[in-house]
Design a protein around this ligand. Structure first.
Ligand code: SAM
Length: 277
């Protein structure tokens, strides 16, 4: 098994070299430029939806596709990741870190839960909590956190730590499934609309298994309006884009409609740029 580092152990030195093995590194494109890939589109959303349907039977297929798609989004907003330092916070089994590395990034996975890491986490994985990353300020060109925010009790403190480790001008990719999304209840969705406890009990009755998530313990009701207000009020990051992560159309427009956005966005993707301290 690949080495795992635990809290308190030495952390791999994050390389400060800019650029890859190429002789002249490509410039890091400004994060305000528009995406260059066909996103959103029906074809893409359909492919992702089909992959989600196979998640239980074929997680490798599902998460590899999701990782390719997410890193396409990172590159669309921030330029090629080749040669860049990437910090993947709460990256589970490491699909995203592997995809970043496949594209030439110096990517590092920080994940607190050994069970989530599985048997073959990427080499150099660090067992660490996203609230307290064992990293110096400003080491990352890209800080990436997919579907973690709804699993932490204090999302704004978690975001502060992501911003801290990102260099000024660097990109922060944060997405989460909001509570009132049809998927907000995770494995007990969409029954969470009838109450978390009831939905959880129903899941147990129907499957014979205890649900993985408990509201208030490892799943929290995060809302889009509140999150946007809090993030826009921050002075350590600037919002480059707030959009639905998976929608095939109106991905940014849906997030602008108060009330409706809580149900219709499904999963909020925030592309943030780190401001100078
Ligand atoms: C739904 S999984 C998402 C995994 C992966 N990022 C993805 O998008 O498929 C939520 C992840 O958040 C991690 N997590 C929960 N609390 C965390 C924290 N305080 N710091 C970092 N990661 C955390 C969990 O261990 C888990 O791997």
């Amino acid at each position: 098994m690949a080495p795992i580092r635990r809290r308190g152990e030495a952390v791999p030195r994050v390389p400060v070299r800019r650029g890859s093995s190429r002789s002249s590194p490509r410039p890091y494109r400004g994060a305000t430029e528009p995406p260059v890939v066909k996103d959103p589109s029906f074809r893409r959303s359909l492919a992702l939806f089909r992959a989600f349907m196979r998640e239980q039977d074929d997680p490798d297929f599902c998460y590899s596709l999701l990782a390719r798609d997410a890193i396409d989004q990172v590159e669309a907003y921030g330029g090629p990741v080749d040669g860049r330092v990437v910090v993947d916070v709460g990256g589970g089994g490491g699909y995203f870190t592997r995809e970043f590395r496949a594209r030439g990034a110096h990517a590092f996975l920080f994940e607190p839960d050994l069970a989530e890491l599985g048997e073959k986490p990427p080499e150099g994985t660090v067992v660490a909590d996203g609230y307290l990353l064992p990293l110096q300020d400003g080491v990352a060109d890209v800080t990436f956190s997919s579907n973690v925010l709804e699993h932490v009790a204090d999302p704004q403190t978690f975001l502060s730590e992501l911003a801290r480790v990102t260099r000024p001008g660097g990109l922060i990719y944060v997405s989460f499934t909001n509570w009132l999304s049809p998927w907000g209840g995770h494995e007990w969705a969409p029954w969470h609309y009838f109450g978390a406890e009831w939905a959880r009990a129903r899941y147990r009755r129907r499957t014979g298994r205890a649900a993985k998530h408990t509201l208030g313990e490892n799943l929290f009701a995060v809302h889009i309006g509140t999150t946007l207000r809090q993030v826009r009020a921050r002075d350590d990051v600037k919002v480059v884009s707030a959009r639905s992560r998976y929608w095939p159309f109106l991905a940014e427009a849906v997030v602008k409609a108060p009330g409706i956005r809580e149900f219709a966005t499904w999963n909020l993707l925030l592309i943030l740029r780190r401001c100078p301290p």
